[in-house]
Design a binder for this molecule. Structure first.
Ligand code: AHR
Length: 538
């Protein structure tokens, strides 16, 4: 008979006696000793502002993302405010979500806004052919969405229907939403309960128009873009000039010649634009998915799948760099933002879940994945000025999961919360010994880090430590910053596939970490497979 003894993550000894196990574990112990790593922060060389919009969310009419996840209806036993569940609203409010992209996704190119306004009992039931072919009751429509973002303190990023709609339909939606003068559409809005014009700061012109949004060529899409950009206007009087509505064009969906061509065509046309059309952003969609259809499990996996998924997610850096370089050719002043408005992990659906509902769990691996992507966006802060993780509630890499009256915060939620100080902070360069983490034939950087200075003068450090077995002793030297005190919190758990479940919702939660400050030096221990955020006060 064998006994099992754990000596570190993923390292389980099988031995014939307890004494033998302990002996082998003791011999293995030096390998677990923390390695020393250095990192230098140069606070005297501030970079671009990390736009808080990179912490945006995406809420599509898909599975339980909106219905049940956000909207339970006014008569629900689940505590709600005008139909929106209070627990989810409170959790999202705490994240200071800068913008929410709605209503899709593929759903947006089949959405007709008129079906979602007016008395609820008179709204037509439609279908959601993209996502399970279920009934779309249209009970959550324009007014409900605007109320929801108001409740969580966020802003609207509307995706208009280019695939099966018309510029007229989209133009009328925006007039309905934003007109202050007494037009027929503004009066209809008032009759439906909202006399004041709504704010719509961000407008997406189509979604994946190269695929579910209409299978368009870049040239065909461009002609659509020009018409929508010309006619879909924002009339809200408070949103003039700098606060106007930013228009985001459909951009590439990955790596390879097809996508570089798409970026080239749209950016070149923008450079040679006439007065009558414009855009402010180009979207980029990139999911972390190793195989299609997604086959990797979101729970119950080991180090092989952990390292493979992190390798795949790190491709975002290269993708952003490549498309930014094309954009630089046509827009050296970086007027157009690269908007990564769909990103995150896409795994196999949970066994037994409704097909097409994209239900998956969320583990410590996803927390590290989220930190790595946020760090990439921050490093490209001069170009990447908006991003939306897919998706906010109950779908793909969600912030929160719900099950009837229960709700849990995912490990990804905790990373977004820990990164709050980076919203609108100024990027500060770091030089670090990234080291290498190897598993099988996969080699990845062991450590990833960013630094930023907030408006109050505090310096912040975010560290993603990928190695699941080896702790690190980190020594930070601070250039151009004298820290009087420092504090930190870290997110880790027993294994890379640790999750928060409805029965154990606190398995993966941040804990305080000890940080030593001595003059311009800072030191702390980084646990294996962890995300750590450190604040330093002057
Ligand atoms: O997020 C799920 C889907 O992924 C979106 O609807 C679509 O835009 C993308 O392909």
């Amino acid at each position: 008979m064998f006994l099992e003894q754990t000596v570190g993550l993923g390292s389980t000894l099988r031995c014939r006696s307890r004494v033998l196990c302990l002996l082998i574990a003791a011999l293995a112990a030096p390998a677990m000793r923390a390695q020393k790593v250095t990192l230098a922060v140069d606070a005297a060389k501030p970079g671009a502002k990390i736009d808080r919009n990179i912490f945006g969310q995406f809420a599509e009419h898909l599975g339980y993302g909106v219905y049940e996840g956000v909207w339970v209806g006014r008569d629900s036993k689940i505590p709600n405010t005008r139909g929106m569940r209070n627990d989810v609203v409170a959790a999202l409010k705490a994240l200071k979500v800068p913008n929410v992209r709605w209503p899709g996704g593929c759903f947006a190119d089949e959405y007709h806004w008129r079906k979602g306004i007016g008395p609820v009992d008179r709204r037509p039931a439609a279908l959601n052919p993209n996502w399970g072919g279920v009934i779309e009751p249209n009970t959550f429509g324009t007014h409900e969405f605007m109320d929801f973002i108001d409740q969580i303190g966020s802003e609207a990023y509307l995706s208009v229907n280019v695939g099966s709609g018309t510029p007229q339909e989209a133009a009328e939606w925006l007039e309905y939403l934003t007109a202050a003068q007494e037009t027929a559409l503004a009066k209809e809005r008032a009759a439906n309960g909202h006399p004041a014009p709504y704010r719509v700061p961000y407008l997406g012109i189509g979604n994946e128009s190269w695929d579910c949004g209409g299978n368009m060529t870049p040239e065909y899409y461009l002609s659509q873009l020009k018409a929508y950009s010309r006619f879909v206007r924002n009339f809200n009087p408070e949103q003039k000039d700098a606060k106007r509505m930013l228009k985001i064009a459909v951009g590439p969906g990955g790596d390879g010649p097809r996508w570089t061509e798409w970026t080239e065509v749209v950016m070149k046309a923008w450079q040679g634009r006439s007065w009558s059309w414009d855009m402010d952003g180009l979207s980029l969609h990139n999911y972390t998915v190793v195989r299609w259809p997604p086959a990797y499990k979101s729970t119950g996996f080991g180090e092989a799948e952990y390292s493979q998924i992190l390798k795949s997610t790190l491709e975002m850096e290269d993708l952003v760099t490549k498309h930014s370089a094309i954009m630089d050719k046509y827009d050296p002043q970086k007027k157009i933002a690269l908007v990564v408005d769909e990103w995150g992990a896409w795994y196999a659906p949970l066994p037994g879940s409704t097909p097409g509902f994209l239900v998956q769990q969320n583990s410590l691996r996803d927390a590290i994945l989220a930190a790595l992507n946020l760090n990439i966006f921050a490093r490209h802060a001069d170009r990447v000025r908006m991003a939306n993780i897919a998706q906010m509630v109950n779908v793909l890499q969600a912030m929160v999961l719900t099950d009837k009256e229960r709700m849990l915060l995912t490990p990804t939620y905790h990373v977004f919360k820990m990164y709050l100080p980076f919203q609108d902070a100024t990027f500060v360069p770091v030089v670090l010994d990234r080291g290498t983490y190897t598993h099988g034939d996969i080699s990845l950087p062991r450590l990833d880090a960013i630094a930023a200075k907030d408006e109050g003068g505090k310096l912040w450090l975010a560290l993603a430590h990928l190695d699941p077995s080896q702790p690190l002793e980190l020594e930070v030297s601070l250039g151009g910053f004298a820290a009087r005190s420092a504090a930190g919190e870290t997110l880790t758990a027993a294994s890379v596939d640790s999750i928060n479940s409805f029965d154990a919702p606190g398995t993966v939660t941040p804990k305080p970490v000890a940080v030593k400050v001595q003059g311009a030096k800072l030191s702390l221990r980084l646990e294996p497979k962890s995300v750590t955020v450190v604040s330093m006060a002057p």
